[in-house]
Design a protein around this ligand. Structure first.
Ligand code: SAH
Ligand code: MG
Length: 212
């Protein structure tokens, strides 16, 4: 399929204007995941940031009339803080002295027409997971990339993936010179658990299907 023909690009004409960290092939795959998994139940992402992954998954979910929960405290990961590599000064709120990506996130999902699809959860991932009890058809992990944060997200959310559901992990670099290893480590844990089978890899996006 030529890239322009993909259904995501027929529904999203401002991808390049959204701040974020997602390649086009990964974006297409997230759309397909949302569309295919939403049939089984709600989807959830950790790490909405300015809404880029949210819109890709959400446009797929919308096709099925489904729901996408997007968990993010919107205060940025380590690498988004002032003086760090991925700091964006336009997202810094000088009144609170913190990053705040939530206003831009809301603008993005509104512009994409996802107000009736996306449920933002503005909270730390660990807190949102603590009493979560709804089986999820898709969990997309793209939050903090320290080992501590990635492990917390894996432990908190992987058990919530329903049988037949998908766990998707972003930023998997098998070569340590290409990027941090925390996402790769939790992907290996998913495989070693015996509860998930590998279901494909698109660029740095790893997919794992929950077995029965
Ligand atoms: N998926 C986004 C990028 C996410 S960047 C895209 O497609 O562009 C990582 C996000 O994870 C940041 O917005 C940060 O605020 C959030 N995050 C990091 N640690 C978190 C935690 N413990 N709880 C909730 N959100 C967290
Ligand atoms: Mg990422």
């Amino acid at each position: 399929m030529k890239q322009a023909d993909h259904p995501l690009w027929q529904r999203l004409d401002f991808f390049d204007q959204i701040k974020g960290f997602m390649a086009r092939d990964e974006a297409e795959n997230l759309y397909e995941l949302g569309r295919d998994q939403a049939r089984l139940g709600p989807c959830l992402e950790i790490g909405g940031y300015c809404g880029l992954s949210t819109v890709c998954i959400g446009l797929g979910v919308r096709e099925r009339g489904g729901v996408l929960f997007s968990v993010d405290h919107h205060q940025g990961s380590e690498e988004h803080q002032p003086d760090e590599e991925y700091h964006d000064a336009s997202l810094f709120d000088s009144r609170t002295g913190r990053m705040n990506s939530f206003p831009v996130f809301l603008q993005t999902i509104t512009r994409a027409g996802l107000q009736e699809t996306v449920v933002p959860i503005v909270a730390p991932s660990g807190l949102a997971a603590r009493q979560w009890a709804t089986p999820l058809s898709l969990v997309f992990i793209d939050g903090g990339h320290s080992f501590e944060a990635a492990l917390r997200d894996y432990r908190g959310w992987a058990p919530q993936v329903m049988i037949g559901g998908m766990l998707a992990v972003h930023d998997i670099f098998t070569d340590p010179s290409q990027g941090g290893q925390a996402p790769h480590e939790i992907a290996k844990m998913a495989q070693a658990s015996g509860l998930f089978e590998p279901a494909g890899m698109v660029n740095t996006l790893g997919l794992f299907r929950r077995l029965g």
